[in-house]
Design a protein around this ligand. Sequence first.
Ligand SMILES: [Zn+2]
Length: 286
Amino acid sequence: MKEIIKLSILEEYIPLIFPEMKEDSGRFARQISLERGDPILDKIARMDRQIHNRTGARVFYGFDIIREYSSDELGNASYFYLKIKPSSYFDPVGEECGTHYEDLLACNECGAGGQQVGPLYLKTKFIPKRTDIAATIAGEIVVSGRLADLMQKHAISGVVLAPVFEIGRGGVTETGWYQWLPSSPFFDIVAPTMIRESLFDEEVTSCPCGDTLGSNLLSEIFLIRPLQGGADVMWSRQYIGRRIGFLRPRQVAVVGKKLINLMSTFEVKGFDVEVAHAKSSDGLWS
Ligand SMILES: [Zn+2]
């Protein structure tokens, strides 16, 4: 597996990190891609930690980690993390379109566990075109009617497909999109999974209640298989993310080979695949 780190580095730091790049691009930030292990990443990490400790600011304002696998690595894996492509995220989010959340039972510390009450309402014209799986920037995952039909036809287990509605001038209408809602079985995310506030942070900032593990998933997912056995889609018991504005910590889903193969055969678009490492009750990773 090869890891490529994509960073949007603020222009003011470019001459310090890359002295050979003298000219100011005139833009706010520059997109830089570096392979994991590149010593320049260590330099950026040191600078970012120093500046963050001193001022609270960051050297970069956005990042993405791309993982490229050999066909053997993908062939040998049993579970996969479906990473929705950055281009398949959209807004406005559910709450801005009439979706109701109840936070009465949510964690006082991290805000995880607020419940969506009733259906997801969206403005579907904002869902990126030519995609079958997409997510709002608040993490609500939706799939096209085509993918929902395929999943139903092939009896994919472990996920509830709930119709998405839209509130318009003519009242409430069905959209043909379906929301993925978590359903048992649930798995536990375990070490060495790395979840932090930001790309170069060393400090773990999980909720003292143990529900939210941090804001950003930085590594592949390592999990313990549910005792009652697996399903085609499995959801984490813990949450990742942050409660801020309309954003909420969310449970993450991993999917088995059956659904991945189905999505590949039918050329489903909108996601990348990462290997998820599952440990069974006998302690072995697969
Ligand atoms: Zn909490």
